[in-house]
Design a protein around this ligand. Sequence first.
Ligand code: NAD
Length: 254
Amino acid sequence: MTGLLTGKTVLVTGAGSGIGRSAAEVLAGHGADLVLADINGDTCHETAESVTAKGGNAVPVVADVSREDDADAMVEAAIRAYGRLDGAFNNAGVDGAFESVAESTVENWDRVTDVNLKGVWLCLRAEIRRMLASGGGSIVNTSSTGGLVGMGLGLSAYVAAKHGVVGLTKAAALEYATQGIRVNAVCPGTVRTGMYHQVVATGVVTEEQIAAMQPINRPGDPAEIAEAVAWLLSDHASFVTGQAWAIDGGLVAQ
Ligand SMILES: NC(=O)c1ccc[n+]([C@@H]2O[C@H](COP(=O)([O-])OP(=O)(O)OC[C@H]3O[C@@H](n4cnc5c(N)ncnc54)[C@H](O)[C@@H]3O)[C@@H](O)[C@H]2O)c1
């Protein structure tokens, strides 16, 4: 344990899989006490059990981030369990269908923007309300390299939502900059998670093509995102707010 986050209570959404699960393990390794939220109760409980088996503290909460009551309940769970909320990683997301703009459907647009943008806003709002009452905190939202560039893969709803997360992050960072609340985003490149395997299974892109999209010539590991999140949540990042940090093997540097 490094102690980077010792004494801090952190909420992680999308904690049942991929980047969220890795973040739970990494943040607990840095000493954070966790509330872990996911729409999938089984996988959320598995992550919590894995953290507690290694000596960490983790409370699982089954929640849909796109529902106002659930977003509020996750924050309340942190207060009930630990009496405070110091940090949050708003990470839950879905990829949605691959479809051109002309062929895209209202169903896909609503599902993707509900989870990936409205969900982040609902969580952020509940967290900021609590942090204002307790004197501050640090929030990290998961955007994507698709929040910085257009990608051109037929994921327009995803790209729009992830650009929205960057805008929301900057707006909130400026609103609360003098009130002790920092808000940043991480913009992962392609990372080997459940979402990655779903995309490969569609046949739209191969694993080799995905690797080649990133100058470092491989997909990322979830822990490579989680370590950056841990630093942003910590007091070591005390002068960093309003940033959208590409963690992408050099993809958007091209
Ligand atoms: N994997 C990548 O290459 C990649 C790249 C850039 C950004 N991202 C982003 O990273 C985040 C995590 O993705 P991942 O790759 O770990 O995917 P994943 O599918 O492995 O994990 C996503 C988790 O979010 C949960 N979830 C989905 N909808 C939810 C909802 N409404 N409420 C609560 N939980 C919900 C799922 O159950 C799952 O446990 C997402 O926001 C995704 O857009 C992923």
